[in-house]
Design a protein around this ligand. Structure first.
Ligand code: MTE
Length: 301
């Protein structure tokens, strides 16, 4: 790992976080040989973000292993044992193995990232995550040359997860990213919210967060990360390929077959709050659009 930032950001430091991200974007941009277009946009976007309450973020959830109601995860996820926890990292890596969560936490540097979070169901929040870049975790395992994709898997524990009795999805929950998406500096593994350990209902002890994609890509309680050379299967795509694609980038111009994605309801906005327009790539267009240059985003939804 070439870089190691020690940074303890608070919500009062949104401006400094923006400049911090600018600096990383600058480094990433220089490394990739791309220009600096958009760095100012990121700063503006970050400054405007007002996080949802801890209550909103931890009481209104999707975690179908604990039930399909929005309050079910908060009510039922207490039964999940999250310590000790082991993450298997395997496939096309130099150092495959079972990594203890405690060792991962020792090796990684935590940062706060205040991100928009947009569910495919057209609700949204702003969440102050604590976590580390997925790229740093992958570097620990050593990504091999042939790797093109990263596959993720959630724990499957019928004794602790009342929802997996029902065949809502083909358990365990699985997700995937292209390697360049996984290595992008905005992609993090979250281990906390508001400076506290991440609650079980939000995906303890460690869940993926990809802020420019619909929330279902952000897989919870990860037990396995596999580097592969082919596109991995993903849970919602397996369940309904017509409605949920592999990419699932937030895109106000590409409707879900059953509803528009042009606007969203901000959770906690109150009964009479107006819907707000959904932003291309959830507001991270300047940072990530180059990943999809030349791709038909309607065909690759
Ligand atoms: N991960 C697992 N294992 N199981 C799930 O049901 N739901 C997804 C995603 N990750 C889900 C999951 C969906 S649809 C969303 S919108 C987000 O988690 C919700 O995250 P949150 O409850 O922390 O807001």
């Amino acid at each position: 790992m070439a870089h190691r930032w020690t940074n303890t950001l608070t919500r009062q430091d949104i401006t400094s976080e923006a400049s911090f991200l600018n600096r990383r974007q600058l480094m990433a941009g220089l490394a990739a040989g791309v220009g600096l277009a958009g760095v100012g946009g990121m700063a503006r976007a970050q400054e405007a973000l007002e996080p949802n309450s801890y209550e909103d973020i931890t009481q209104y959830n999707n975690y179908y292993e604990f039930g399909t109601g929005k309050g079910d995860p908060a009510a039922n996820a207490g039964s999940l044992t999250t310590s000790p926890w082991t993450v298997k990292i395997d496939g096309l890596v130099d150092k495959p193995g079972d990594y203890a969560m405690a060792d991962i936490m020792d090796a990684m540097t935590l940062e706060e990232r205040i991100y928009r979070f947009r569910c495919v169901e057209a609700w949204s929040m702003v969440i102050p995550w604590n976590g580390f870049e997925l790229a740093d975790l992958l570097a620990m395992a050593g990504v091999q040359d042939g790797a093109k994709y990263v596959a993720f898997e959630t724990a499957l524990r019928p004794d602790e997860m009342p929802g997996v009795r029902f065949p809502v999805l083909d358990w365990p929950y699985v997700e995937g990213l292209r390697l360049d998406e996984a290595m992008h500096p905005l992609t993090i593994m979250a281990t906390g919210i508001y400076g506290k350990p991440i609650p079980n209902q939000n995906g303890a002890p460690m869940r993926l967060v990809v802020p420019w994609k619909y929330g279902f890509k952000s897989i919870k309680s990860v037990v396995r990360i596999t580097l592969t050379d082919s596109e991995p299967p993903t849970s919602w795509n397996k369940s309904n390929a017509r409605e949920y694609g592999f990419y699932s980038n937030v895109n106000p111009e590409v409707s879900h077959p059953r509803w528009s994605q042009a606007s969203e309801r901000m959770v906690g906005g109150g009964l009479f709050a107006k819907r707000q327009p959904t932003l291309m790539f959830n507001g991270y267009e300047e940072e990530v659009a180059s990943l999809y240059k030349g791709m038909d985003l309607k065909a690759n939804f």
